[in-house]
Design a binder for this molecule. Structure first.
Ligand code: GRF
Length: 191
């Protein structure tokens, strides 16, 4: 299964996937490229170190072209900070997944990204947070849920300490979610 991973930042989720492909845990998966929405992010260094093609693409036509030229079967958003435009959703419906650092449908959607998610969880007085792997549709964090895992909120947690705890769980469930999806990938559309 050819996986294109879309990133925008540090790429710790990408690194978890690279490690799991290399360890054989994600057998049958190949990360064929890493596409970043921004230049100079560490995720691109991680790709280069792993010998994986890295590209910086900011426009929808360029993204569609890049996805097709590497014969992408599955698109994985891993810390990707842009909303995909409808043409991309249409071309890869049912084959785009995202990792979100909360228990969707709580604390997700527009405005809830990065540390803001965790601050909102703390402000909401939650004792449990978590991470979610879900399909991507036209909305923001609104697609069908594939996998969720709870993470405890500890007394005295800050957005940073909670984020770090949730991130560890993201790294685990993203690979598990990909394994689950790989078993039932729909046939490729007219590409
Ligand atoms: C993190 O906030 C993570 O929760 C979310 O994207 C951000 C960066 O992740 N999925 P990464 O380290 O770039 O994978």
């Amino acid at each position: 299964v050819n996986i294109s991973v879309l990133v925008s930042g540090g790429g710790t989720n990408l690194q978890a996937l690279i490690d799991k492909v290399e360890s054989g845990e994600l057998a049958g998966a190949e990360i064929v490229q890493v596409i970043s929405s921004r230049e100079g992010v560490f995720a691109l260094e991680r790709a280069a170190k792993a010998g994986i093609k890295g590209k910086v693409i900011k426009d929808t036509d360029g993204l569609l072209k890049a996805l097709a030229e590497e014969d992408t079967d599955l698109v994985v958003l891993a810390g990707y900070m842009k909303v995909l435009e409808p043409p991309v959703i249409d071309a890869y419906r049912g084959r785009i997944i995202n990792i979100h650092p909360s228990l969707i449908p709580k604390y997700c959607g527009k405005g809830f990204y990065g540390k803001r998610v965790h601050q909102a969880v703390l402000d909401g007085g939650e004792t449990v947070s978590g991470a979610t792997v879900h399909f991507v549709d036209e909305g923001v964090d609104t697609g069908e849920i594939i996998l969720q895992r709870e993470v405890p909120v500890e007394p005295g947690d800050t957005a940073e300490t909670l984020a770090a705890r949730v991130l560890k769980t993201e790294h685990v469930i993203l690979a598990e979610g990909i394994k689950k999806v790989m078993e039932t990938l729909p046939e490729k559309g007219g590409q």
